[in-house]
Ligand binder design. Structure first.
Ligand code: NAP
Ligand code: MG
Length: 401
């Protein structure tokens, strides 16, 4: 059989530990027999990042910007223990953080649904996609612990010399004070990324914040979303039959729980952090969540939402065959292949991505699963069989064939 070809490279970023192992198996067993991969390869494994003083991560980010499509394996974000384990020159920054900052992107997280895997919220028959703003707020705050009575002020000094000053509070005893910020430019990019992605996947956008309480700060988010929407997206949305709605965060939480899913839930940085863990758990497993970083200029980077699965890797290194779930990593590849196909007009590549995703879901629905899915499996008359990763991949390959 002739393999599918395409001409613009996909930026391939290999990573660490168990997911680095899965990476090669997925390509070998499921992709390369059908697709003649044309990838620009970047090794984001920790040893090579250390060897290049992390330059490789910046080069990879630049390549994503250039070619528009990337696929990334999970990578170690070093902490003190990793510095010792790998003998690192320094505690390098999170590659995801570096790439996100370079592309000024928004991360969309989407669960992969299979009929036989029941979400904890049974009404959620379509995915709840979380779009989390990735800049500012409490993640870039300034805090002061006041150990005695004081007056706290918020002060803004404009470059032209003008000063705006607001009293925060008088504290009659010890307490804590915090200052946070965001920028119009970042909020606007966030709104654009959400609307672009919504048009791409044809889903409604629900943006929620607390503008009744935070009238200026959250109010600014609400206004910018409305302005960006009115400035051209509205007509596009109407054309494809999707909607944009703003609501209060408390109201939004209640409505999402009562819904059947299917929306893009756009959230401020902190709300998105908290709600994405809630949504991932409610859908079952972190190993069934995909993640895509979308830049305002339209570059896409696909990856699994989980980490490098360290505990499984240590067992694998000890000679054990593990039952690590490769599904989110497979879907990172199918996401990238489909996007490449769409951007370059190669329908065969899009069709292959769809077929591979169907084969994965069929394998699971037929009861051939990895260990993490055992407790969540629920299909009449089928007793699930827990397989090793390689056997799961081979079974999927049989389905695909
Ligand atoms: P993790 O790798 O996601 O794993 C946490 C646990 O979740 C695993 O030990 C495993 O539980 C379960 N799990 C996650 N993915 C699984 C899969 N595909 N199949 C089966 N079980 C799975 O998170 P972590 O242990 O907190 O982090 C490990 C390393 O990953 C860290 O160095 C961290 O920096 C990095 N990390 C990278 C990214 C990224 O690149 N996007 C994201 C998060 C973390 P059991 O052991 O109970 O089976
Ligand atoms: Mg979190």
């Amino acid at each position: 059989m002739a393999r599918i070809k395409y001409s613009t490279p996909i930026v391939e970023m290999q990573g660490d530990e168990m997911t680095r192992i899965l990476w090669d198996w997925i390509k070998e067993i499921l992709i390369e027999p059908y697709v003649e991969l044309n990838c620009e390869y970047y090794d984001l494994g920790l040893p090579y990042r250390d060897g290049t003083n992390d330059e490789v991560t910046i080069s990879a980010a630049a390549a994503i910007k250039k070619y528009g499509v990337g696929v990334k394996c999970a990578t170690i974000t070093p902490n003190a223990a990793r510095v010792a384990e790998y003998g690192l020159k320094k505690m390098w920054a999170s590659p995801n953080g570096t790439i996100r900052a370079y592309l000024d992107g928004t991360v969309f997280r989407e669960p992969i649904l299979c009929d036989a895997i029941r979400p904890y919220i049974p009404a959620w028959t379509s995915p709840v996609v979380i779009a989390r703003h990735a800049y500012g707020d409490v993640y870039k705050n300034s805090e002061i612990r006041a150990d005695r009575a004081c007056e706290a002020f918020l002060e803004v000094r404009y470059d032209d010399g003008e000063i705006s000053r607001e009293k925060i509070a008088r504290l009659d005893g010890a307490g804590v004070v915090q200052g946070i910020h965001n920028t119009d430019a970042s909020i606007e990019n966030f709104a654009r990324s959400c609307f672009n992605y919504a048009l791409d996947v044809k889903r409604d956008v629900w943006f929620a914040s607390k503008d009744t309480i935070s009238k200026t700060y959250d109010g600014r988010f609400k206004d910018i979303f409305a302005e960006v929407y009115e400035s051209g997206y509205k007509t596009e949305f109407e054309k494809v039959g999707i909607k944009y709605e703003y609501s209060l965060i408390d109201d939004s939480v209640a409505r999402v729980i009562r819904s059947n899913g299917g929306m893009i839930w756009a959230l401020k940085n902190y709300d998105g952090d908290v709600m994405s863990d809630m949504v991932a758990t409610a859908f079952g497993s972190l190993a069934m969540m995909t993640s895509v970083l979308v830049s305002p200029s339209g570059a896409y980077e696909y990856e699994a939402a989980h980490g490098t699965v360290t505990r499984h890797y240590y067992r694998y290194r000890g000679g054990e065959e593990t039952s690590t779930n490769p599904v989110a990593t497979i879907f990172a590849w199918t996401g990238a292949l489909r996007k490449r196909g769409e951007k370059d007009g190669v329908p065969a590549l899009c069709a292959f991505a769809g077929k591979l995703e169907t084969a994965v879901k069929k394998t699971i629905n037929d009861g051939y699963i990895t260990g993490d899915l055992k407790a969540l499996f629920d299909a009449d008359g089928i007793t699930p069989r827990v397989m090793t990763t390689r056997d799961f991949l081979r079974k999927t390959a049989t389905e695909l064939r």
